[in-house]
Write a protein that binds this ligand. Sequence first.
Ligand code: FES
Length: 365
Amino acid sequence: MTSVPPPIAMLAELTHRCPLSCPYCSNPIALHGKDTELETDTWARAFDEAAALGVLQLHLSGGEPASRPDLVELTRAAQEAGLYTNLITSGIGLTPKRLDALEEAGLDHIQLSLQGTKAALADRIGGYTGGFDRKMSVAKEISIRGIPLTLNAVMHRQNLDDLDRTIDMAVELGARRLEVACVQFHGWATLNRPALLPTREQTIATKKTVAEAEARLRGTLAFDFVPPDYYSDFPKACMGGWGSTGLNISPDGKVLPCHAAETIEHLSFENIRDKSLYEIWYDSAAFNAYRGTDFLPETCQSCDRLNIDFGGCRCQALAIAGDASATDPVCRKSPDHPKVEALLSEVMANPDDSFTYRKLARTPQ
Ligand code: FES
């Protein structure tokens, strides 16, 4: 298939193990245990194949990637493959010695998660007492070494009122970029929607705060803003379109078009243990299932945003409309949009601040 461009980025979910238990996690509910994880050599081969395929950026993620004892080795393998390496981490498990080793192995960038700006709130959200203080120490160590840092603040109803302080903290910690990532409802976050869904007032205030801060901090701090999409008029161009710019590999080696793809149960996903990344990217049925826009319904075909948002998110279309090929119901033109309105009304009528914390259980065999 010559018209398919090569991927630009790959997310390697090295492990689902994580010391934190964030209720907003987008990992699948059925997390993979340590015994299913790919071994070092297979990951290294995947990195080589990704680079040969055209991937430029590798995101080392999880779970908590620092839970892998071979993280330095994996970083070196990625660097030797010629990939730009970004470590997405809670910071827990990154000792000064390990940071030195990662830097020496060629790590290019760190994306540090932030659950809240004060220990009590951050530790409640992360489900890990002492996590905030440890994270702050790691942030200082990153800054001392001059490793480029993005602060990744996952925002939701419980911490959005803290956004001004979050922005100040990003500057104080020497981050070059702040990701204001309003929670997207996949995996564990869906279970916790009643506690996480922001109010309409918070959404309006957030957009204003981000716009003002972007103007004020131009040249000091760059922003990536993912707004709460249930309140948007149009859907996000999830993954830049299915199978168009990026791919994920799960801890057990499944190659996925996005992090929530396994919720689309009629698709089956090939494993890097069995096939090359090249074959999977170009020829697999799962990657070709929703490529392009031909599969989308008339609502999208007649819309001038067809090639802007590509009908939105396939996983969200399935989760809310019950059909992965439907227009993302977030779109106000979607016939399923009333289902989003109903979800919002239901949660706002019965807000519940309690969490179901993410936890590892064995994957059903
Ligand atoms: Fe799967 Fe959006 S998360 S397409």
